[in-house]
Design a binder for this molecule. Sequence first.
Ligand code: SF4
Length: 318
Amino acid sequence: MGITERIDQVTRIDPVYRTVAPPAPRSVKVELTARCNLACTFCARSMSLRQHADMDRSFFERLTVEMRQAGVEELGLFYLGESFLLPWLADAVRFAKQEAGFPYVFLTTNGTVSTPERVEAAIRAGLDSLKFSMNYADADQFQSVAQVKPKLYDSIERNLLSSVAVRDRVYEETGHRCGIYASYIEYDGAQGKRMRETVERIAGIADEVYALPLYNQASLVTEREIAQGWAPTAGNRGRVGALREALPCWSIFTEGHVTWDGQLSACCFDHDGRFHMGDLTTTPFLDAWHSDRFRDLREAHLRKSVAGTACEACVAYQ
Ligand code: SF4
């Protein structure tokens, strides 16, 4: 199954999940690190609204075993940071696959630090899917959006190309095949036109390339994006080509998110701690997934009336 089919399964809220206390989510993203070497203006992480550090390794191992036993099938080893900055990333992949027994382990990278050596270690450890987020039209724009030196821009496409070569080599040797994918933000207007050439180029390299809407990131970057002439969307409506309704938001029914310090978060964009639903360092995963806070938020989403909740500002922007 390719990456877009998997995404669409998670963003579709099947009837069994449309309840205040749904079964364990199919997919959970775990923030091995909240650190990132970029400071993109479309990402609220650059606002430093919470502390950015690495997850405790023994907590990670205990949690992954517990989540797998609870019924989680897909494990994302990232959330709002760049996991290739973590020295024990390949060990985390190996543990998730071999000890916890996850059928599918996936990763997203900004592409600048996913060197061939690091990618090879992760794929040999059992990584099933690696996706490059490619959101810049050229080096100048990369510098102004990601707020780092422009020379890093070339490394993204170079690392994508070498990841495909590494993947093919490991597949020939071991029979294990990791999907290599790319996504890009579907900007509108002039920026959309500028991105077209990049998108056409990477379409011939990755197994699948897909577009994502420009998110307002739980309303944190709405004004910043509008000031740049871009048009953000409300909520998290999934990928372009299979957009969902903003309410109820699939994010709180079908996918879990765990911050580096062990908080179960309701939102894909919890940059400021607004969406913490339970402390997994002290609370079993399913208890936090069914906590009173989480039930109340889901109940508001099912009523399509989120006034007074943490989601109010996000979906108010249309
Ligand atoms: S703030 Fe709420 S509605 Fe918006 S993306 Fe997050 S969970 Fe979904």
